[in-house]
Design a binder for this molecule. Structure first.
Ligand code: PGA
Length: 244
């Protein structure tokens, strides 16, 4: 069975009720109009909009995900959100180990694996992010870094059904610099060798309508994790359509 393309929008810390509804509603309408698509469409708004989003998305088939979760089910964890709470709000997916969590919040791969195991337990699909820093690439260490992140971040019990990998070179996130198709082909092939033929591997890092087709055409690229361009319905939809 082929791997279905996944186009995932990571809204990061963007969106209020009005703008969130407008964006989600716009995407839902496009999806509904398109009918059967060859790609899955996913939005990951901030926690504050998750409760409202199912109402905005209706029966459009646009999936809902969160951007992080805790590894516990409940308890004394001020400010955290558990996997079952996400499930309760209608989420099907959760992004874990994004570089903005790894770098900004000092999250280790071991922590990412604990979170992913907890998310799998309640039936969430995890999008586990990996990717090297610019300095690590300059030193030629990008594959060592990614191999280490994969080995430590993917929990036992991960399958192609409950896990998606996102390769996001940190230097390409939000910078307008994308990895070249040759670099992406090389790294995705490397990751493919580690995770097997069935697991989806997304590319992320300044994916835009004008570079999406070339990146999504790469054999081991099974979709995109899109930040900036996921905040504009026209751009996000153009990327989805570029899956061909
Ligand atoms: P970007 O973000 O598309 O704005 O580079 C991607 C991501 O961080 O997931």
């Amino acid at each position: 069975m082929g791997r279905r393309k996944l186009i995932a929008g990571n809204w990061k810390m963007n969106g209020l009720l009005e703008s969130g509804q407008a964006l989600a509603g716009d995407l839902a309408a496009r999806m509904q109009k398109a009918g059967k698509t060859s790609f899955d469409l996913l939005i990951c708004p901030p926690f504050t909009l998750l409760g409202s989003a199912p109402g905005w998305l209706g029966k459009s088939g646009v999936h809902l995900g969160a951007q992080d979760c805790h590894f516990s089910e409940s308890g004394a964890f001020t400010g955290d959100v558990s996997p079952v709470m996400l499930k309760d709000q209608g989420c099907a997916y959760v992004i874990l180990g994004h570089s903005e969590r790894r770098v900004g919040h000092k999250e280790s791969s071991e922590l990412v694996a604990k979170k992913a195991a907890a998310a799998h337990k309640v039936g969430l699909i995890t999008i586990i992010c990996v990717g090297e820093l610019e300095a690590e690439r300059e030193q030629g260490r990008e594959k060592d870094v990614v191999a280490d992140q994969l080995a430590k971040s993917i929990p036992q019990g991960a399958t192609a059904e409950n896990t998606v990998i996102a390769y996001e070179p940190v230097w390409a996130i939000g910078t307008g610099k994308t990895a070249t198709p040759a670099d992406v082909t090389d790294m995705h092939g490397f990751i493919r060798g580690k995770v097997g033929n069935k697991m989806r591997i997304l590319y992320g890092g300044s994916m835009k309508p004008d570079n999406a087709a070339a990146l999504l055409a790469i054999a081991d690229v099974d979709g995109g994790l899109i930040g900036g361009a996921s905040l504009k319905a026209d751009d996000f939809w153009a990327i989805a359509v570029a899956t061909g």
